[in-house]
Write a protein that binds this ligand. Structure first.
Ligand SMILES: NC(=O)c1ccc[n+]([C@@H]2O[C@H](COP(=O)([O-])OP(=O)(O)OC[C@H]3O[C@@H](n4cnc5c(N)ncnc54)[C@H](O)[C@@H]3O)[C@@H](O)[C@H]2O)c1
Length: 338
């Protein structure tokens, strides 16, 4: 197994919500890190602390550009692919760009890895691929996928590309189907359920909740990062060509339960409920495989995440979130300087 000090990890999408937490953790562990990021949300500032370090490099660019990609891959030992148009709303708003990045671009990355002496490749997919489950049973990695959005369709397509070729690859490829994330990050996203609900209620705004009885799994961003590190350090035969759901069984919640957890800490909030919100997702997920095969269990839970976010908001963090909507959520894209 490669030691952290010998790893040079390319994190594509490393200035994003999850990526910026992952980069910090990899650097702490002694890895060298290179980030390739198109900085779609003018989010390059998150790298300010690292930019002068000799073990860190930032490339602002598009992974779909073959020349940029080849330069980014030069000399790295492992690749973690997070870059995408992330979430249903942004994919709906830019459907051609979503297919270009999430399918063509992601598949270009996979195809470019061969023959470079790469050890691990981790592809970030999503539990949203399970979409809507009629039987109410928790989805296993082998369960049928039932994408309900263009976002999930693009992720299913790229998973298929990766998994169909993983056996022949000269590196070890792993697909992570990640639960909806929460928790603090340098590139905070307030378009994700737990953080959105907590912030709206902390600001004493009326919270609009669609389809409150629908289920979904959640996972703290620090635990998502722990899962990536676990995969990078696992014995190859445990992760090669494998798909893992990332989260914990106890972290499947209805939206109503999330509301109740937030209200438990911010009593008296005003909630408006509506049906037919246009997001038909309703699924529970089993996280048995990642626990039994890799020994991974999350350290956090939603109640703790909500408590920490309330404390951060009370301390005045993210006070510019309304003024900088494009930084704090995936609502509109632009280049590094727009
Ligand atoms: N956040 C979640 O709840 C969640 C849940 C499940 C899966 N995921 C997956 O995790 C990954 C990261 O999600 P996130 O929440 O950090 O998203 P994010 O939008 O915060 O980060 C994505 C990053 O990718 C960059 N990017 C986009 N297109 C690019 C391109 N063509 N070339 C280079 N960089 C590009 C963006 O500039 C951004 O910094 C995604 O693949 C997503 O599907 C996220």
């Amino acid at each position: 197994m490669t030691r952290s000090q010998e790893r040079h990890v390319l994190v594509i999408g490393g200035c994003g919500y999850i990526g910026s937490v992952l980069v910090g953790r990899l650097l702490e562990q002694g890895c060298r890190v290179r980030v390739l990021d198109a900085l779609l949300y003018s989010n390059g500032d998150v790298a300010a602390d690292w930019i002068e370090r000799p073990d860190f490099g930032l490339m602002a660019g598009d992974m779909c550009d073959a020349d940029v990609l080849h330069a980014a891959l030069e000399g790295v030992t492992d690749v973690v692919l997070l870059a995408a148009l992330v979430g249903d709303p942004i994919c709906k708003a830019y459907p051609d760009e979503a297919r270009r990045v999430n399918e063509l671009g992601a598949q270009l990355v996979f195809d470019a890895l061969h023959g470079r002496g790469i050890d691990r490749f981790v592809f970030f997919s999503t539990c949203s691929n399970y979409g809507l489950r009629a039987d109410g049973e928790a989805a296993l990695e082998t369960s049928a996928l039932n994408p309900q959005s263009l976002y999930a369709e693009t992720k299913v397509a790229t998973e298929g590309h990766v998994l169909a070729r993983a056996d022949q690859a000269d590196f070890h490829a792993t697909v992570l189907r990640v639960a909806t994330a929460y928790g603090l990050s340098r590139r905070m996203r307030f378009d994700l359920t737990v953080s959105e609900f907590t912030r709206e209620l902390a600001l004493k705004r009326t919270l609009l909740v669609y389809d409150e009885n629908t289920w979904r799994p959640y996972c703290h961003v620090q635990d998502v990062v722990k899962a990536v590190i676990t995969v990078l350090q696992a014995k190859p035969d445990l992760v090669r060509g494998e798909v893992f759901n990332v989260g914990g069984n106890a972290e499947n919640y209805t939206k109503q339960r999330i509301v109740d957890i937030v209200l438990g800490q911010l009593p008296g909030g005003d909630i408006e409920y509506k049906a037919g919100g246009g997001d038909p997702r309703d699924y529970k997920v089993s996280f048995d495989k990642i626990e039994t095969q890799l020994g991974f269990r999350p350290d956090h839970n939603v109640a703790k995440g909500v408590r920490n976010l309330i404390a951060a908001l009370k301390a005045g963090l993210f006070a510019d979130a309304d003024a900088r909507k494009r930084f704090y959520g995936n609502c509109a894209i632009g280049g590094a300087h727009s």
